[in-house]
Ligand binder design. Structure first.
Ligand code: NAD
Length: 492
């Protein structure tokens, strides 16, 4: 068991509602398992509609006072939260590794990226300003003011349980809304600890709340009339569902979905650098990243050399327990997910790709959890399942291409549009890539294009539903509406 004050004595995850830790009354729920050891860490009961109604009503009541709290006061608990997250970063990372399986360094990096969003949200007094124009018409001044809207919720995935809630939470409350987080039921413990720190940071009761649950809890949240807006991050089928259902009940909604990302390796590329970045992009976090680039479009003149390099580098990756220092690739999130990844690998073999490196039977001494080593396919064609569907494991495939036109066309045929990278020494290639590649996060000579918190997190096509993204300026637009205020003073 992970030891947390927020857990009940029986090891059950609790909700944080109205400033109190509350037991979830439910017969439905699931265990939280350490995927590297198989140990049960805790149990998550799923919140039902009565307790959800209570949390939403509490959020609405808190909103009435919070929206009129001066903005300089609203950001004070966020400054305190930033300091507490920094102070407890290592402890949070240890919890995260145990429930998720990634390595300690990856967990530390993820938390840093989350904390950056708290830092950016402390600038809301400047960022939330809209506009004012004197003499917009004869004797008339006109202003736009950004105003908060009510209770927002974020529904988040398993793969970055420490970072993704922070893509939303700090901006929602800094702009004057109240906020309810529904974290992934697969790894909810780091959110429990973050909410202990939120409690310590001293937000007014009901402004920031946590409810635990599965799909029924999500469906009740997105249909609830008391919710003003929904942020979702997860797989594409669920993102599509959340987008439709939330919009059907008149809510604001942004829903980021799954991905299938491409790397182009041009003839002029620094091949060793491209190979290092490819292996890291595809295999870090055991490939469970929406930014993992796993289809590699390699110019035919450098294909063989590149294939040898990626296999050589993948052979050096150490698969193991995330808390062991020399581990490069940790455990997969769960047995069913590892089985799905093995199924994808088998489909690659069945459809005729060449298995250059097989990570299915990797042995990790001392642990019998869910491990898969780096797996590389050669001779992949764009119509194969492994080139079209998200795998979410440490698996990538090499496709031969003859020029930039073929590479960009192949990339653009994808149903998804989350990320893409190009390795080249030619400026003209880079410029064309930026202009033509249909993906929301592009990198040149960068394998994983993860934007800093002061930029939005891109995404197009089946990777993002809605027109505003997570992080940065988009968040301020999502969490506020702009009211127009027109003034005339006849005696002035
Ligand atoms: P998921 O869709 O299974 O779950 C995400 C959330 O939705 C969870 O909180 C879960 O409780 C809820 N949920 C699951 N099934 C549901 C259903 N049928 N109805 C209503 N709610 C449901 O996703 P996951 O497996 O936790 O996360 C991995 C996915 O997230 C991958 O596809 C990955 O690409 C994607 N992802 C996308 C981004 C991005 O920014 N585009 C970032 C991270 C992860």
């Amino acid at each position: 068991m992970v030891s947390l004050d927020a857990l009940s004595q029986t090891g059950e995850v609790r909700n944080y509602v109205g400033g109190n830790w509350t037991a979830v009354e439910s017969d439905d729920g699931q265990a939280v398992i350490n995927p590297a050891t198989g140990d049960e860490l805790a149990y998550v009961p799923f919140t039902g509609t009565d307790q959800l109604d209570e949390a939403i009503a509490t959020g609405q009541e808190a909103f009435e006072t919070w929206r009129n709290t001066p903005v300089v006061e609203r950001i004070q608990p966020l400054f305190r939260l930033k300091a507490l997250l920094d102070e407890h970063q290592e402890e949070l990372a240890e919890i995260l590794v145990q429930e998720h399986g990634k390595t300690f360094d990856e967990a530390m990096g993820e938390l840093r990226r989350g904390i950056e969003n708290v830092e950016v949200s402390c600038g809301i007094p400047s960022m939330m300003q809209a506009g004012f124009l004197e003499n917009a018409a004869p004797g008339i001044d006109e202003a736009a003011v950004r105003q908060p809207l009510g209770v927002f919720t974020a529904i988040t995935p398993f793969n970055f349980p420490g970072m993704i809630p922070l893509w939303f939470l700090p901006y929602a409350v800094a702009t004057g809304n109240s906020f309810i987080l529904k974290p992934s039921e697969q790894d909810p413990l780091v959110a429990q600890r973050i909410f202990e720190l939120i409690d310590e940071a001293g937000f007014p009761d009901g402004v920031v709340q946590l409810v635990n649950g599965g799909k029924d809890t999500v469906n009740a949240l997105i249909q609830h009339e008391g919710i003003a807006g929904v942020s979702f991050v997860g797989s594409t089928p669920v993102a599509r569902h959340v987008y439709k259902e939330s919009a059907a009940t008149g809510k604001r909604v942004q829903a980021q979905g799954g991905a299938k990302n491409h790397i182009i390796v041009a003839e002029s590329a620094d091949l060793r650098h491209a190979a290092e970045q490819t292996v890291s992009s595809a295999c870090a976090c055991a490939g469970e990243r929406c930014l993992a680039n796993d289809v590699v479009l390699v110019h035919e003149s450098v294909y063989d050399e590149f294939a040898d390099l990626v296999v050589e580098l993948a052979d050096q990756q150490v698969v193991g327990y995330g808390l062991d220092e020399d581990t490069d690739i940790g455990a997969m999130i769960s047995a069913p997910h590892a089985e799905r990844v093995r199924g994808h690998i088998q489909s690659g073999v069945d459809e005729g790709a060449t298995l250059l490196r097989d990570g299915r039977d990797v042995e990790v001494e001392g642990y019998d959890g869910e491990f898969i080593g780096p797996t590389i396919f050669g001779d992949v064609t764009p119509d194969m399942t492994i080139a079209r569907e998200e795998i979410f494991g440490p698996v990538f495939g090499l496709v031969r291409v003859s020029d930039m036109t073929e590479a960009i066309d192949t990339l653009n045929q994808s149903e998804f549009g989350n990320a893409a990278s190009l390795f080249t020494r030619e400026g003209a290639d880079a410029r064309r890539f930026r202009n033509e590649a249909q993906a929301g996060n592009l990198g040149v000579n960068v394998g994983t294009s993860a934007p800093m918190a002061f930029f939005h997190f891109g995404g197009r096509k089946a990777s993002a539903f809605g027109d505003l993204h997570a992080q940065g300026e988009d968040m301020i637009q999502f969490y506020t509406d702009k009211t127009i205020f027109i003034e005339r003073w006849p005696d002035a």
